[in-house]
Design a protein around this ligand. Structure first.
Ligand code: TZP
Ligand code: MG
Length: 209
């Protein structure tokens, strides 16, 4: 059986917010603040750099038992033996990813609309990332903002664990707490904060209390 995953505070480690020297340190600070799962997102990094960074992150997260997810790239997830992959609507289909990765790896899917979410469930995703719930400038060309009310209505029809993505800060985390989501996925609030540990702590406090 697959081990249960704690999606409470899902860090989207977007390389645009990581310092080129010692990028891993910032991720570890966030983990010290309570991050429960980490995704590496590197839209513009050359393959070799993406792979080497993924290797380093995997190396430091493994002993901490923090699951490590690679955005978009099934090949890199396999190469570093990551715990899973996160796919978008334009990436390889979930079914194909499952075939390549096997039954034990985690597959996440970004969905903005009900049909996308339902098809992800049918195809065998493990969790859904639904957003942007609030406006974000982290993602280029984001899908339309869903808003907290529509987010709640949408996820009430779903079976899989859902993480809320997009523009989440502690105040908004508090607003989403009763939504039924399994967690919040956050990038800029943590990684653009001078103190990532404290930022993660504040989010976790809002989410859990
Ligand atoms: N998908 C929808 S919004 C988003 C992604 C990857 C970015 C979330 O980043 P932030 O900085 O927490 O808004
Ligand atoms: Mg993608």
């Amino acid at each position: 059986m697959k081990k249960p995953i704690d999606y409470s505070l899902y860090l989207i480690a977007d390389v645009q917010f990581l310092p080129p020297f010692n990028p891993v340190e910032k991720i570890l600070q966030a983990v010290a603040g309570g991050v429960t799962i980490v995704q590496l997102r590197a839209k513009k990094l050359p393959d070799r750099d993406f792979y080497q960074l993924a290797q380093k992150i995997k190396e430091v997260l493994s002993p901490l038992a923090i699951p490590f997810i690679v955005d978009d790239r099934i090949d890199i997830a396999l190469a570093v033996d990551a715990d899973g992959v996160h796919l978008g609507q334009k990436d390889l289909p979930v079914k194909v990813a499952r075939h390549l990765l096997g039954s034990q790896k985690i597959i996440g899917l970004t969905a903005n609309r009900r049909e996308e979410a339902l098809s992800g469930e049918k195809e065998g995703a493990d969790y859904l990332g639904i957003g942007p719930v609030f406006p974000t400038s982290t993602k280029e060309n984001p899908a339309p903002v869903i808003g907290p009310d529509r987010f709640k209505a949408l996820i009430s029809q779903l079976v899989l664990p859902v993480v809320a993505i997009g523009g989440i800060n502690p105040e908004r985390a508090l607003e989403l707490k009763t939504s039924g989501a399994a967690g919040i996925a956050v990038s800029s609030f943590i990684l653009q904060n001078p103190d990532p540990e404290k930022a993660a702590c504040l989010l976790m406090k809002a989410w859990k209390n």
